[in-house]
Design a protein around this ligand. Structure first.
Ligand SMILES: Cc1ncc(COP(=O)(O)O)c(C=O)c1O
Length: 376
């Protein structure tokens, strides 16, 4: 805890307005009274509204981003094949393909995937490429990656866990790939407590995903035709997600505004720089990422900024997958781009309603820290 300030600006808060809480409570009451706790009207509406928000034909609710990834991997049929997975991602991205019976082939990348490393690691056995929109930032190479997958007949899966409403021009995250997996974990742009969504334009893939999420049952509900699981979202979760979906455009604009403010105010700060983004490319505002300039350690900056009343967010990611014990059997090389990015970036406080005084406090703390560093 801070020693020199009374209040610490938190890195993130789950924040719903009173009106939103009232609306969710009333929906939950309706769900309870209806007796239909899963696969009901709230899930169906959440799916159609979410598909609309992405600009895709189909969306399928599931109980987590992890199961969204695994279901798509199972639908594609990656068993005994190779799947290209970035090392700079969450455990779930690799765990899903391993659970689906594939071999993860790790590739390098920091904020963005390294296209040349992906090309180098392609083989006859490659069935699928997963690209993660880290922190909600979209790679400028997405259309090159689409082309690569088309040319080689590889399924392109976007791990869009961080990227609700990220866009390039008019195109939103979720429609660059053959399918996308979103997460509604509590820290995400929209939360349902636990939850996820598969988005695709392929109605057959959507129908198969619905079978997988419901124990692999066919339409009779009696016969298990694929090796699925209990991967359904609850109606209460869907009702919670729907409320936030309605304000997603406004919230995204707000978070982007906060990122612009930090970038403007801190552009001459000697401690950090911000990643360059092409002008037609907009982030979801899941994270505000800054890079520490050479010579500054994240551990020290994090501790000293906390002492000035600001808690930094969890990096994306601090320990990449090639440094995780559980994945060692699939690690066959060094990943220098990921190592550099993972060691050197920080995430500034950001949530859907971070107040202006907290944003100002963040800027002041970075400026004070820079002055003290220079004076030392
Ligand atoms: C990039 C990424 N993919 C997948 C997941 C898994 O999502 P969930 O926690 O909803 O299972 C996460 C983490 O939450 C994530 O950050």
């Amino acid at each position: 805890m801070s020693t020199s300030q009374n209040r610490v600006v938190p890195s993130f808060r789950v924040e719903l307005s009173s009106d939103e809480i009232d609306e969710v409570l009333s929906s939950v009451e309706q769900v309870m009274r209806s007796g239909q706790l899963i696969l009901g009207p709230y899930s169906a509406l959440f799916e159609s509204e979410f598909a609309k928000s992405v600009g895709a034909d189909c969306a399928v609710t599931v109980n987590s981003g992890s199961s969204a990834l695994e279901i798509v991997a199972r639908c594609v049929g990656v068993k005994d094949r190779e799947v290209l997975v970035p090392v700079n991602t969450n455990f779930a991205t690799a765990a899903a393909v391993i659970a689906a019976g594939a071999k993860p082939v790790f590739y390098d990348g920091g904020l963005f995937p390294d296209l040349s490393d992906i090309e180098r690691r392609l083989t006859e056995q490659t069935a699928m490429l997963i690209v993660v929109h880290v922190g909600g930032y979209l790679s400028p190479d997405l259309s090159a990656l689409q082309d690569l997958c088309r040319r080689h007949g590889i399924f392109f899966l976007e791990d869009a866990a961080h990227a609700h409403y990220s866009s390039i021009g008019e195109k939103r995250a979720g429609i660059f790939g053959d399918a996308a997996a979103f997460s509604f974990y509590p820290t995400k742009v929209i939360t349902t407590g636990e939850g996820g969504m598969i988005v695709t334009n392929d109605s057959k893939l959507a129908a198969l995903s619905r079978q997988f999420r419901d124990q692999g049952k066919d339409s009779s509900g009696l016969i298990h035709v694929v090796m699925g699981n209990s991967w359904r979202i609850t109606e209460m979760g869907a009702a919670l997600g729907l409320v936030q979906l309605r304000s997603l455009a406004r919230d995204t604009d707000y978070r982007r505004g906060v990122i612009n403010y930090y970038e403007q105010q801190l552009r001459n700060n000697p401690l950090i720089s911000f990643p360059a983004e092409p002008s037609d490319l907009t982030t979801s505002g899941y994270k505000c990422i800054a890079l520490l300039r050479p010579g500054f350690s994240r551990k020290e900056v994090t501790a000293r900024i906390l002492d000035l009343g600001v808690q930094l967010g969890r990096p994306v990611y601090e320990v990449p997958l090639h440094r995780q014990p559980v994945f060692q059997e699939w690690v066959d090389s060094a990943f220098p781009i990921a190592d550099d990015f993972c060691d050197r970036h920080i995430c500034l406080p950001l949530w859907r309603s971070i107040p202006p005084e907290d944003q100002q406090a963040v800027v002041n703390a970075f400026n004070t820290l820079a002055e003290r560093w220079e004076a030392a």
